[in-house]
Design a protein around this ligand. Structure first.
Ligand code: ACO
Length: 399
C-alpha cells in the first residue's frame, strides 16, 4: 500500500517540481532569472507530482513527434524532469509516477514516449529500451587538412545568440529529418536550449550554411579557453544539415575559426563520415559513445503499424509489464502490422521491442543475449531483415 498520492500539478506548482528535480541532480534551485526562461518549457497538464505530506517526486513531458523508418512521423511524449526526493527513494514513488504518466500518454493517443536516461538501470522495467546510439569525436585542428576534393560549400552566416533564439526554431523545423529517431522541437523544447546557451561560460554562436535554395544547415558552437595561452577547444553543441554541401561547408567553416586547437563533437550519429574530409584520417579520434535516445512503445499496435518494413513476415509475442493491453501477438510484415492469434516466432518484452524498433540492434543480437526468446530460430534472420534501417537511427535533440 502506498502512502502517497500522484496527481497532475497546477502551473503554480511547476517551479517546485523543477526545483525538486534539480535537487535530485545535485543542482541548485532556479533563480528568478532562470525561472523566467524555464517556466516557458512547462507544458500545462504534463507535470505529475507525488505527495505524502509534501511534494516528494515528479515527472513531466512535452508533446513532440519522432521520425520513423520510412519517413513517417508519429506523436511522442518527451519525458524529462524525473526525480524523487532522496529521503523517499526505493519505495515505489517512481514506479507510481511512471505508471500514471504512461497511462496518461496512452489516453492522449500518443503511440510513443522517449527520454534521455540519467542511468542505464532505471527505465527498462517501465518498458523503455535504448533505441539510438551515438558517437563522440575530437579533431586535432593542426592535423585536420581538408582534402582538395571536398566540395567548397556555400556562404556561411554567423548569428549571435538573440538572432539564433528567434530564427533557429524555424530553421530546424524546415530541415529534413534524415534519420529515424529525429524529433521535432516544439515551443516547449526551446527554453531549455536557451537556458543552457545563456548560462554557458563562453559565447554560444550559430553558423548557418546557405545553399542554392536558402539555409540548409547550421552548427551551434562555442570556444572554451581557460587562460589566454591555454589550448582552446571548440565544442560543437548542435549540428544539423539537410545537404552534404551544408555538412562540408560547415566543417570547412569550423576548421577556419581562429585560436582553436581541438574541435570536439559529442552525441553524433555513429556513422557520421567526418574522417572522409581529411587528408589524414587519424585527425579524428573517437571520444566514446553510448546510448542516446530511449524509446517506449506506448501503443504497440499503432507503433508497429507506423513504420516501414522490408522482407518477410514474423509473428511477435510482446510482453508489456505496465500497459497490459499491449501484451498480444502481432503479425508484422511490409504490408503493415496487425494483431493475430497465430503462433509466435519470437517472444520479447516491450523494452526489447524498442531496442530493435529503430534498428539500433538486430533481433538476433538480442536473442543471443537472452533478451528475445525465439520459438522459431529461423525467424530471427527474417526479423533482422524486417527491422533493419538503411541508415543508423539518431536523435540529435537533448532534453
Ligand atoms: C528522463 C529523466 O529525467 S532521467 C533523470 C532521472 N532522475 C535521476 O537520476 C535523479 C536521481 N534519482 C532519483 O531521483 C531516483 O532515484 C529515481 C527517480 C531514479 C528512482 O526513484 P525511486 O522512487 O527510488 O524508484 P522506485 O522506488 O520506484 O524504484 C523502482 C525499481 O527501480 C530500482 N531503481 C530505481 N532507481 C534506481 C537506480 N538509480 N539504481 C538502481 N536501481 C534503481 C529500484 O530498486 C526498484 O527496484 P525493484 O522494483 O526491483 O524494487
Amino acid at each position: 500500500m502506498s502512502d502517497y498520492t500522484v496527481r497532475t500539478l497546477r502551473p503554480d506548482e511547476h517551479r517546485a517540481a523543477v526545483d525538486l528535480f534539480r535537487s535530485t541532480l545535485h543542482v541548485a534551485a532556479t533563480t528568478d532569472e532562470t525561472w523566467k526562461i524555464v517556466e516557458r518549457a512547462q507544458q500545462p497538464g504534463r507535470t505529475l507530482g507525488a505527495f505524502d505530506t509534501e511534494l516528494i517526486g515528479t515527472a513531466r513531458s512535452f508533446d513532440a513527434e519522432i521520425t520513423l523508418p520510412g519517413g513517417a512521423r508519429a506523436g511522442a511524449a518527451g519525458v524529462t524532469g524525473v526525480g524523487v526526493r532522496p529521503d523517499r527513494t526505493r519505495r515505489g514513488v517512481l514506479t507510481e509516477l511512471m505508471r500514471a504518466q504512461l497511462t496518461d500518454i496512452a489516453s492522449r493517443g500518443l503511440p510513443f514516449a522517449v527520454l534521455r536516461a540519467s542511468e542505464g538501470v532505471i527505465y527498462n522495467r517501465f518498458g523503455y529500451g535504448v533505441t539510438t546510439r551515438s558517437r563522440g569525436y575530437e579533431i586535432d585542428r593542426r592535423r585536420a587538412v581538408l582534402r582538395p576534393d571536398v566540395p567548397a560549400g556555400g556562404q556561411v552566416e554567423l548569428w549571435p545568440l538573440d538572432t539564433a533564439l528567434e530564427r533557429l526554431p524555424g530553421l530546424y523545423a524546415a530541415l529534413p529529418h534524415t534519420r529515424p529517431g529525429m524529433m521535432t522541437r516544439p515551443p516547449y523544447w526551446w527554453p531549455g536550449w536557451e537556458r543552457h546557451a545563456r548560462e554557458a561560460t563562453s559565447p554560444v554562436l550559430t553558423a548557418v550554411h546557405h545553399g542554392e535554395d536558402g539555409p540548409d544547415g547550421y552548427v551551434v558552437y562555442r570556444v572554451e579557453r581557460k587562460h589566454w595561452n591555454d589550448p582552446a577547444v571548440l565544442e560543437v553543441i548542435s549540428l544539423h544539415t539537410g545537404t552534404d554541401e551544408a555538412f562540408n561547408g560547415l566543417w570547412r567553416y569550423l576548421l577556419g575559426v581562429d585560436l582553436v586547437d581541438t574541435l570536439r563533437a559529442g552525441e553524433r550519429p555513429v556513422d557520421e563520415p567526418v574522417e572522409l574530409l581529411f587528408t589524414d584520417i587519424r585527425a579524428v579520434t573517437d571520444t566514446g559513445g553510448g546510448d542516446e535516445l530511449w524509446l517506449r512503445l506506448v501503443d504497440v499496435p499503432a507503433a508497429l503499424a507506423a513504420r516501414a518494413y522490408e522482407g518477410e513476415p514474423v509473428v511477435l509475442d510482446v510482453v508489456d509489464p505496465v500497459l497490459d493491453a499491449n501484451s498480444r501477438r502481432y503479425h508484422v510484415s511490409p504490408d503493415g502490422a496487425r494483431r493475430t492469434e497465430a503462433a509466435a516466432d519470437l517472444r520479447l518484452g516491450v523494452d526489447a521491442l524498442a531496442m530493435i524498433y529503430l534498428g539500433a540492434w538486430r533481433p538476433s543480437q538480442l536473442a543471443a543475449a537472452g533478451r528475445i526468446q525465439p520459438a522459431n530460430p529461423a525467424a530471427l534472420e527474417r526479423a533482422d531483415r524486417l527491422f533493419a534501417t538503411p541508415v543508423p537511427a539518431w536523435c540529435g535533440t537533448h532534453f
